[in-house]
Design a protein around this ligand. Structure first.
Ligand SMILES: [Zn+2]
Length: 426
């Protein structure tokens, strides 16, 4: 059974808010103390502490520190586990010849919250009617009202309590029953871009899906607020004569907070849009292809415009989008493939003659003009058509087996074939 994450917004009263803050502070101190302990023991003995060692130490600490004894023990173990994970990551990178940063002490500001690993141990979810809204019991804090709804109902497993830009959230993992999602019948390939969001090529023609207006408006608002923040920072720098460590005025603090809130809001609406769009794609298409996105690569080769573009690439979250499609495709049992970018080169290759021009397109070239066959079209349109042709070839390769591509994605036989293709998501 697969797991899903659902985030609920918590609405604590003043007293609960104070206790939540206190709990967060106690977990932060536990994290830092455990880190200090690891460093101390290593310096004294030359040996590291394991997660199990630290759980033993925790039992001792709980006996001697009254404030810690009041916290849920399992949630404290989760905090120790997070530190252990930071060390594992550190050693893994070290082993791979990288130069990782040593796990750091965390200030309260950089400490978002804590977690629980078993439902009923320290927390309990009480969803409202039809699974919408409800109350979350948190040990030592009480019944906290929440708003939100799981897209798919399930059994609660783990819970993380998070504090972000002045607001509290509970991120709950649900174990869900296998879903049967409606499967589409069409064949299509799509290219993702900053301008149009999606350009979809089908055997019948072309379709573009643009970012919804409310998202564009919010982006414009972010730009405006961002400029206001920079202006205020420049002014504070000029008045104090300091580049760093200048006094932060109330109005600057307020502007920064507004900006952070809007960023969080955009992230939420974008996630909604990505969920809706991926559901729509899977409902319509039985066979779907796109390019395997190498975000890191795109970011590194951004060139002069890197700064602004980086932000846009990350905001658009192509990785998250493709992951949503993969999950839904599995639920529907449809066909999904990602074309290997280096081999196929959908942006560079010509969809009409399948040749790759010598002169490379850069990020700013919005047109595809083939020097070989003379075809001219929009850059994203070309990429989508290249991907569609690639998908058709992949599916045509199955014709030898006596099956038509249409049977492959609507018939029962296809589950067995899934394992033969390399690009299908696991
Ligand atoms: Zn051509």
């Amino acid at each position: 059974m697969p797991n899903r994450k659902v985030t609920y917004r918590l609405y604590p009263n003043a007293e609960q808010e104070a206790r939540l803050q206190e709990t967060r502070g106690l977990h932060q101190r536990l994290y830092n103390t455990a880190l200090e302990e690891r460093i101390r023991v290593y310096q004294e003995t030359g040996k590291g502490l394991s997660f199990a060692d630290q759980c033993k130490a925790l039992t001792h600490w709980r006996k001697t520190i009254p404030a810690w004894a009041k916290l849920n023990a399992q949630s404290q173990q989760v905090t120790l586990k997070r530190l252990d994970f930071a060390f594992q990551q550190f050693f893994r990178r070290l082993k791979h010849g990288k130069r990782p940063g040593f796990p750091r002490f965390k200030s309260l500001r950089r400490y978002p919250g804590w977690g629980y690993k078993t439902h009923g141990d320290g927390w309990k979810l009480h969803p409202g009617a039809a699974g919408k809204h409800g109350k979350l019991y948190v040990q030592g804090i009480g019944m906290v009202p929440f708003r939100g709804k799981a897209r798919t109902p399930g059994t609660p497993v783990t819970c993380d309590i998070l504090h972000k830009v002045g607001k509290w959230y509970a991120s709950v993992t649900l174990k869900i029953e296998a879903i049967q999602r409606e499967r589409g019948t069409e064949m299509g390939a799509f290219d993702w871009s900053l301008m149009d969001f999606l350009t979809i090529a089908t055997p019948k023609g072309l379709q573009t899906v643009t970012n919804p207006r409310h998202l564009k408006n919010q982006m414009a608002e972010v730009k405006r607020l961002g400029q206001a923040v920079s202006r205020k920072i420049r002014m504070a720098q000029r008045i104090s004569g300091k580049q760093k460590g200048f006094p932060v005025s109330a109005s600057l603090r307020k502007a920064i907070q507004q900006l952070a809130r809007l960023h969080a809001k955009i992230a939420r609406s974008r996630k909604d849009v990505l969920h809706q769009t991926s559901a729509w794609l899977v409902k319509r298409f039985g066979a779907l292809a796109t390019e395997a996105l190498d975000v890191k690569n795109m970011v590194h080769h951004g060139g002069v415009r890197t700064k602004g573009l980086n932000r846009e690439i990350h905001d658009a979250a192509p990785g998250a989008f493709l992951q949503m499609i993969k999950t839904k495709v599995e639920e529907a049992g449809s066909w999904y493939e990602e074309a290997p970018t280096r081999e196929i080169r959908p942006t560079q290759r010509c969809h009409a003659c399948w040749r790759v021009p010598e002169e490379k397109k850069t990020l700013s070239d919005r047109q595809h003009q083939c020097p070989h066959c003379g075809v001219t079209c929009d850059r994203d349109e070309n990429a989508a058509r290249v991907l569609l042709r690639w998908l058709e070839t992949r599916l045509a390769g199955l014709r030898g087996s006596g099956r038509e591509p249409s049977e492959v994605w609507s018939g029962r036989s296809f589950a067995a074939m899934k394992h033969e293709t390399h690009a299908i998501a696991v």
